[in-house]
Design a protein around this ligand. Structure first.
Ligand code: ADP
Ligand code: MG
Length: 504
């Protein structure tokens, strides 16, 4: 495994206040919309926010006689994602029809991959804090079509349907039941979103529903999950309920917590958990039954006769592998090693690929830790204040690197550097030139500093007496001298000269 992740596994979450110690078991099915301009089996656009029913081809509307044609770009994105998940890529996969009726599904079935998914088992490392991480195993990733959208709140007597989303390509990423608490579930979704964004296969926009999760929750008595891990036998686990379509990290956590308590209350009361699909009500903070859980056979899955099995070549997979960028775990490890950063700082900088790239340019030729400090505290802080991101950042990495280089050279103090940064941020310009033009250079001329020290001492003879008795009071002189020099005196030189003068 990655060397920086000499991690320990977090303890499973135990729900407090119950009669027995119950552990949580969670497995997620993440639906990630592929960042593709066209749909999975038609050329219709996937643009978000278009006029209702304007991005609908005859295939999407399921007109009789229309045939689906696979979008190669979408297949490539599924392979990319599989490689990012360090998963097995299946050179042979096939599409199946999942039959059900819903007004937003004009075909009367969804084309999915049940029996032969394109991606098999993989894994994701989920960091839970410095040195604490969990490995979540991935069961599979398959391609499928999204459904449209029914709209019930526009008219008291009618429902409407918008088919723009119908047929859009989704990757369903199914985890094993390895997740052990609400925070871990949120951290897993966060990590998956980061990974997809690094790979560029999904934009991770949860608000628009481009990434959403079905969260499966069960509870078991302590030690049962361990037995499941040893044997792979699901009968050691409790019955699960599935919370549908969650698209907020906060609500995922609240919903899991509520659902676990609900199940524990039933079990401690001698009842049984019914396997079912439930909905989380944001307003009431509770989960409600939607329908009893359907089994695969309820859907009458069968191989889609309109599509040939998908056969891809290892060479093509290898070519795709060559285009995979450095991923978060590797980048994180490298930042710790190459720049001497803490795990935490490396994590902040690598959260988004753009931020990491910006930092690397700032650090080029500068001290890595100093550069990280400036990017995280000053730059990110300033951007946040303006509600900006690195993409609309008014400062280039070269400009910020220039400010830092001036500190390292001793031309400016850290305090002046902050003023300089603000000037560069609001007015632009080359840092070194601004320092020259505006006389911001640090005074390292010891003669000038000495003169300032002598003057301050002459003006405050009683302070000099006190400081000679109590050397701790020398700091007062440092402040006075800095004030007299407009903050430009080299602090090290000031300290030395004051100490020398007081010792005379
Ligand atoms: P379905 O389509 O019926 O929901 P999937 O195989 O697609 O079935 O997904 C099942 C999900 O439920 C997986 O993420 C799996 O890890 C999870 N899961 C299975 N059993 C349990 C359990 N006892 N407790 C919690 N999660 C579970
Ligand atoms: Mg499911």
């Amino acid at each position: 495994m990655l060397d920086h992740l000499a991690y320990t596994s977090p303890k499973p979450k135990v729900i407090a206040g119950a009669k027995y110690d119950w552990e949580l078991v969670i497995g997620l099915e993440i639906h990630a919309q592929i960042a593709s301009k066209a749909k999975l089996f038609s050329g219709a656009s996937t643009k978000f926010g278009a006029e209702p029913n304007s991005n609908v081809s005859f295939v999407d509307a399921a007109m009789p006689g229309m045939l689906p044609v696979i979008n190669e770009f979408c297949v490539e994105q599924a392979v990319r994602t599989g490689l990012g998940l360090k998963a097995e890529i299946n050179l042979f996969s096939a599409f199946d029809r999942k039959n059900y009726f819903y007004p937003d599904l004009p075909q009367g079935y969804q084309i999915s991959q049940l029996y032969h998914p394109i991606v098999g088992e993989g894994e994701v490392i989920v960091e839970m804090g410095p040195g604490v991480a969990r490995k979540v195993r991935i069961e599979r990733l398959h391609l499928e079509q999204d459904a449209g959208k029914s709209i019930h709140d526009m008219d008291p007597n009618m429902s409407f349907v918008d088919l723009n989303r119908t047929g859009v390509a989704l990757m369903e990423i199914v985890s094993k039941p390895d997740i052990r608490g609400p925070e871990e579930a949120a951290a897993y979704v966060t990590k998956m979103r980061q990974l997809l964004r690094y790979l560029g296969t999904c934009d991770g926009n949860m608000q628009n529903g481009n990434m959403r999760a079905d969260v499966n929750v069960s509870v078991c008595r302590q030690g049962q999950h361990e037995k499941f891990m040893e044997t792979g036998d699901f009968s050691h686990l409790g019955t699960r309920c599935e919370l549908k379509n969650m698209n907020s990290m906060r609500f995922i956590q609240l919903a899991i917590d509520f659902e676990a308590r609900r199940q524990i209350a039933i079990l401690e009361d001698g009842g049984e958990i019914k396997q079912e699909t439930r909905l989380y009500d944001v307003e009431k903070n509770e989960t409600r039954s939607m329908r009893s859980k359907e089994e695969a056979h309820d859907y009458r899955y069968f191989p889609c006769p309109d599509l040939l099995p998908l056969e891809i070549e290892q060479e093509w997979v290898d070519d795709i592998a060559k285009t995979i960028p450095e991923l978060p775990d590797e980048k994180n490890a490298r930042f710790v090693k190459e720049f001497g950063l803490s795990e935490y700082d490396a994590g902040v900088l690598t959260a988004e690929a753009e931020n990491a790239a910006f930092f690397e340019k700032v650090a080029n030729g500068n001290d890595g830790k100093l550069a990280a400090n400036w990017v995280i505290n000053e730059l990110f802080g300033r951007l946040k204040k303006d509600d900006k991101t690195i993409r609309d950042c008014p400062v280039t990495p070269e400009q910020l690197g220039g400010v830092i280089a001036l500190i390292t050279k001793g031309d400016i103090s850290g305090k002046i550097a902050k003023d300089l940064f603000e000037i560069v941020y609001t007015e632009g310009g080359v840092p070194a030139e601004i320092v020259e033009a505006r006389g911001m250079k640090q005074v390292t001329d010891t003669g000038a500093i000495e003169a300032a020290v002598i003057k301050v001492m002459a003006d405050n003879p009683s302070q000099v007496e006190k400081a000679r008795q109590n050397p701790k009071l020398a700091g007062w002189f440092v402040g006075q001298v800095m004030k007299a020099t407009g903050g430009k005196a080299n602090p090290k030189a000031v300290n030395e000269i004051i100490a020398a003068k007081l010792a005379e």
